[in-house]
Design a protein. Structure first.
Length: 237
């Protein structure tokens, strides 16, 4: 007898209803919401994330509004594969990127230059983007041909909860001025609890490359691949 696929809880934040869907059906629902310009809450391989279509500037801006943060801080972008990263980055950073792609899929966000229009949608001031290939296969499926702006699902300056109900509560209890619908936050998807440590972030657009944030991957791990990598400046973090 074939074991049925596990069911996934999907919270419709517009109605307050909770649905159970097979994983494939939940992914299809989420992608539909994202393509419509909405934001969703979803676990990642690091922490719970607020996700939006990275090619939709208005949807990306909603992430900052939901978090209560300045839109001047661009969110990382989840992509489905190393091959996609190679297509999106400029030739100027491709060589450095090749030095660390063996760490993908995984908890590493890499700031690069891109000629793709999503650069200006995510980061209007500079056009640079922090790409990451997540370790979860279903999350890579979710962002197949749909790069996803993804920021930690928490109010600015607050820790990110590790359980879905706590995440929903923390993000929705402070929303006013029109309620949930006004923010474009429509779904929360529960694939299980996650950790509380974000991705490591490095900047390949600086010369030499620089560590911006130390997360799950250590500086020493990256130094073995990028000997010129500057450590995190603790005086500004």
């Amino acid at each position: 007898m074939t074991t049925p696929p596990p069911l996934v809880r999907v919270f419709d934040l517009r109605t307050g209803r909770i649905f159970e869907r097979e994983k494939a059906a939940s992914i299809a629902w989420v992608r539909s919401e994202l393509n419509a310009g909405h934001c969703i809450i979803c676990p990642t391989d690091t922490v719970f994330g607020l996700l939006a279509n990275a090619r939709d500037a208005e949807a990306v801006a909603r992430i900052a509004k939901i978090k209560g943060r300045s839109s001047a801080t661009p969110p990382p972008v989840l992509i489905d594969s190393v091959a996609t990263a190679r297509r999106l980055v400029t030739s100027a950073v491709l060589r450095s990127l090749e030095s660390i792609v063996d760490l993908w899929p995984g908890p590493l966000s890499v700031i690069v230059e891109t000629d793709d229009p999503l650069g200006r949608a995510v980061n209007p001031l500079k056009g640079t983007v922090a790409f990451r290939v997540p370790a979860l296969d279903w999350l890579r499926e979710m962002c197949l041909d749909l790069p996803l702006a993804a920021s930690s699902a928490n109010r600015h300056g607050m820790p990110t909860p590790t359980e879905i109900v706590a995440v929903i509560t923390s993000l929705t209890e402070t929303i006013d001025g029109g309620g949930i619908g006004a923010t474009g936050l429509t779904l929360a998807v529960d694939y299980g609890s996650v950790g509380a440590v974000g991705s490591t972030v490095i900047d390949l657009t600086s010369e030499p490359p620089t560590m911006v944030r130390e997360g799950q991957l250590s500086y020493d791990t990256l130094l073995g691949r990028l000997p010129e990598l500057l450590p995190l400046d603790r005086s500004t973090n």
